[in-house]
Design a protein around this ligand. Structure first.
Ligand code: PLP
Length: 482
């Protein structure tokens, strides 16, 4: 590593990225390329001789960017956001600079200790019960994704239960979630060996805004117990992927507890909002949880990846996931006075992710983070008001956070045409290049989703998005009438 070359190239790269952000609105938000486009543009094999950085950057501009969907564009409203910030970017840069692999305390004490501290900070900001702090029986760990978080929670729950009931009972373990739960729960079950017939996906109703009903859960558990099965884990969500439904955590948690079920809460998206006192009520009931996860990389300004997982009892994770080969043995681990995060996750190696979360928390402060969330929510509210004023559109579920689910109504309210019309509207607005929204299906209806959450989105962008939607809707409706 030549420091002077790093300085020169590093400055060049920062300039390049800064220019990217400056001009980001000039790019179509959703990439408009066809599959395989890049093979046409790049050589078949790697260059034999070193090439200058400028040539590579030129290719990024002319070739790579064609195929980039600009998640940081102010016109990005699809899926959920995946935030970037200067603080997060700098944290990533620093992490790449020092490039440690912090699997155990000894492999990089600062990486472990900073992670423990920032997850305690974040837990306090979320007002999590003391038991989830490192000073309690639990603690926090940064996973790459919410998918990994639910998987390690499930594996810990499984092994704890099998220890109690015997390994032969694997085929009896039942996992509960809702039809609105993220598909990562399903995948975790597949990986953890839960029998497919023992995965309960409980039905939710539009009348309860797609939240999981405690009665439905109780009935399912009773039926399984009566059949000799063993309830293992319940996954509840605050802020479901389709419509940001919030499951009633307290009631569900009490049922889970009284049945000896591991209670996991997925707050991948909406967990961030709970740093604001006015939204913290959505987390009421977290005191019943065995594990809780939120993605700081979604809506808390921390560049991907940074999924925070807290557990009530760290020993459950460690008993399930620890290995201790000779080549990793060391005095600190043997004295049992340190955290070895390799035992809280699937891989051995781990990045210094806490640096970026620490930088985000320091450069924004609690107030800065709270006002960031509030700003998106007020922009979403503005969008909701605009939609409500146009009788050609319908809001599908009441907005809770910064996502609105809505659809365009067809002429004469002909329900048979509605899905097709909205598919066409989605296609039309996304191919305009000015914005990118996504869709879902709720109660069999094809629904448009607009999630405000890109750090650069301002009121004027919301107005542009609405204008594009209205214009495309007018054109489509004309065609439907003819
Ligand atoms: N849970 C919810 C509610 C989500 O919305 C998502 C992704 O959007 C996930 C889990 C999965 O997140 P990840 O990509 O971090 O695994």
């Amino acid at each position: 590593m030549d420091s002077e070359q790093l300085r020169e190239y590093g400055h060049q790269m920062v300039d390049f990225v800064a220019d990217y952000y400056k001009t980001i609105e000039n790019f179509p938000v959703l990439s408009q390329v066809q599959p395989g486009y890049l093979r046409e543009l790049l050589p078949d094999s790697a260059p034999v001789h070193p090439e200058p950085l400028q040539d590579v950057l030129d290719d990024v501009k002319s070739k790579i960017f064609q195929g980039v969907t600009h998640w940081q564009s102010p016109g990005y409203y699809a899926y959920f956001p995946s935030n970037s910030s200067i603080a997060g970017f700098l944290g990533e840069m620093l992490s790449a600079g020092v490039n440690i692999v912090g699997f155990s305390w000894i492999s990089c004490p600062a990486a472990t200790e900073l992670e423990v501290i920032v997850l305690d900070w974040l837990a306090k900001l979320l007002q999590l019960p003391h038991v989830f702090l490192s000073t309690g029986k639990g603690g926090g760990v940064i996973q790459g994704t919410a998918s990994e978080a639910v998987l390690v929670a499930l594996v810990a729950a499984r092994d704890r239960m099998l220890k109690k009931v015997g390994k032969d009972s694997m085929g009896k373990l039942v996992v509960y979630s809702a039809d609105q739960t993220h598909a990562s729960m399903q995948k975790a079950c597949q990986i953890a060996g839960i029998y497919p017939e023992n995965i309960r996906i409980l039905k939710t109703e539009s009348s309860s805004e797609y939240a999981l009903s405690p009665q439905v859960l109780s009935a399912a558990i009773s039926q399984d117990v009566a059949s000799g099965l063993i309830p293992l884990l319940l996954c509840a969500t605050i802020g479901t992927t389709s419509s940001t439904a919030v499951d009633p955590l307290l009631a569900l948690g009490k049922i889970a507890k009284s049945n000896g079920i591991w209670f996991h809460i997925d707050g991948a998206y909406a967990g961030s909002a709970c740093i604001c006192p006015e939204f913290r009520q959505y987390l009421d009931g977290v005191e019943e949880a065995d594990s809780f996860c939120m993605n700081a990389h979604k809506w808390l300004l921390t560049n991907f990846d940074c999924s925070a997982l807290w557990v009530r009892d760290r020993s459950a994770l460690i008993e399930s996931l620890s290995t201790y080969p000779e080549y990793l043995r060391n005095k600190a681990s043997e004295a049992n006075t340190v955290v070895d995060y390799k035992d809280w996750q699937i891989p051995l190696g781990r990045r210094f992710r806490s640096l970026k979360l620490w930088m985000v928390m320091r450069l924004y402060g609690q107030e800065g983070l709270q006002s960031y969330i509030r700003n998106h929510i007020s922009l979403a509210k503005r969008f909701e008001e605009l939609v409500l004023q146009d009788s050609r559109f319908e809001v599908i579920t009441p907005r809770k956070f910064a996502l609105l689910c809505f659809r365009l109504l067809p002429p004469a309210n002909d329900e048979t045409q509605c899905d097709k019309l909205n598919r066409e509207l989605l296609e039309a607005v996304n191919s305009s290049g000015k914005m990118f929204i996504s869709h879902t299906v709720l109660s069999g209806k094809y629904v448009l989703r607009l999630a405000v959450g890109a750090p650069l989105t301002e009121e004027r962008h919301i107005d542009i998005a609405w204008q594009v939607l209205q214009e495309k809707a007018t054109t489509l409706l004309k065609a439907y009438k003819n």
